[in-house]
Design a protein. Structure first.
Ligand SMILES: *Cc1c(COP(=O)(O)O)cnc(C)c1O
Length: 372
């Protein structure tokens, strides 16, 4: 029977990793085993940082397991989901042989990590139709099988295109690739989405993993806390490949505090506000003469095509508003990605993009009336 360990690099399957002082589970009163200082730094009033932290802080692991509704042994915490992407590619792909599959236009880290590992990159572009961008799961499955993908990265909701993938479709792909590839669903924006999470599929699907993060909806990007959820055997391997103390003590403490019931309540309220603002902005942007298309989004951002993206970018910048230029992606040469901000920030976006003469009748003429 195939297990997820068959997908791990053969040379790492029984790799023990670094045996840190913390992981040796000894008992004692006087700790002189890790060359730490006996005295705190004067700046460290709470004495929180004198000792090396727990490699996987148990209280934080428990809180995250509750948050995502999974067993603690299915969870790896690290420095953002970016670290988990890197770890997966390094642990599963033999350089020069096992490929990484990504679906451009999409978040760039999958390709970056493949490049760093020397893993071939397979690209199966998203398809665009009247509804928006979507993954071509038949083509993805075929390319993965025929061209040797070891990891397939799906982004749902997808950055920057905003579409989400139904769990049943993810499950069908994972079944097709069982024993051949790991399917990873990057759910960095799941909190903003109406689509159910793929985490519910995990117990039944050993070759599925899900990425979550506290960086976006939980407003803790600076704390660098991300999570990989997957088969316990895969998690155990990745823990051994990970840096010895990946979660700084102040970050673990802050994350724990950030998942307290009152903090989660505040997070839920802000997510609801962002979703309302997303609807308002999508409609308002679509009505502007300079906008060709505003895509529906399940994330906290909108992908917008402009008549002239350069001009729109410049107008926003002149108003002090910085958005993400998407023009490096061939399919998005006329597009910008605009994060949903506070209502006032969103109004600033609309004000900067409105035609110079509010009473202008012809849309095209108004769009051309650029103030510089
Ligand atoms: C922002 C983002 C991440 C990075 O998350 P971190 O947890 O901060 O590393 C991962 N995936 C996608 C799709 C993102 O947009």
């Amino acid at each position: 029977m195939s297990t997820v360990l068959d997908l791990v690099r053969p040379d790492l399957r029984d790799f023990a990793g670094y045996g840190s002082a913390r992981s040796e589970r000894l008992q004692g009163r006087i700790w002189l085993n890790a060359n730490e200082s006996a005295w705190r730094n004067p700046a460290d009033a709470a004495d929180a940082c004198r000792r090396y932290p727990e490699p996987q802080p148990p209280a934080l692991i428990d809180a995250l397991a509750r948050l995502y509704g999974c067993a603690p042994e299915r969870l790896l915490v690290g420095r953002g989901s970016d670290e988990a992407i890197d770890l997966l590619v390094r642990a599963l792909c033999v350089p020069g042989r096992d490929a990484v599959l990504a679906t451009p236009p999409v978040f760039g880290m999958y390709a970056v990590c493949a490049r760093l590992q020397g893993a071939p990159l397979l690209e199966v572009p998203l398809r665009e139709d009247d509804i928006g961008f979507d993954v071509d799961l038949d083509a993805i499955g075929t390319a993965a099988l025929e061209r040797g993908a070891r990891i397939v990265f799906l982004c749902s909701p997808s950055n920057p295109t905003g579409g989400a993938i139904a769990p049943a479709r993810v499950a069908a792909l994972a079944r097709r690739l069982l024993g051949r590839a790991l399917v990873v669903v990057d759910e960095a924006y799941a909190e903003y989405s109406s689509m159910p999470s793929a985490t519910g599929l995990l117990p039944a699907m050993p070759n599925l993993a899900v990425l979550r993060t506290l960086s976006k909806a939980h407003a803790l990007a600076g704390a660098r806390i991300g999570v990989l959820l997957g088969d316990p055997a895969l998690i155990a391997v990745l823990r051994r490949c990970q840096a010895p103390y990946p979660v700084p003590a102040p970050c673990a403490a802050l994350a724990l505090e950030g998942l307290s019931p009152p903090a989660q309540q505040a997070t839920a309220e802000r997510v609801a506000l962002v979703r309302r603002e997303r609807g308002r902005m999508a409609a308002a942007l679509a009505a502007l003469p300079c906008v060709r298309r505003a895509y529906p989004s399940q994330g906290n951002f909108l992908l917008v095509r402009f008549q002239d993206a350069d001009t729109a970018f410049g107008k926003l910048l002149a108003a002090g508003v910085v958005v993400r230029d998407q023009r490096a992606a061939p399919a998005l040469a006329d597009a910008l990605r605009i994060t949903i901000g506070s209502p006032g920030q969103n109004d600033a976006v609309l004000a900067a993009l409105r035609p110079a003469r509010p009473a202008a009748s012809a849309g095209g003429a108004a769009a051309a009336g650029v103030r510089t």
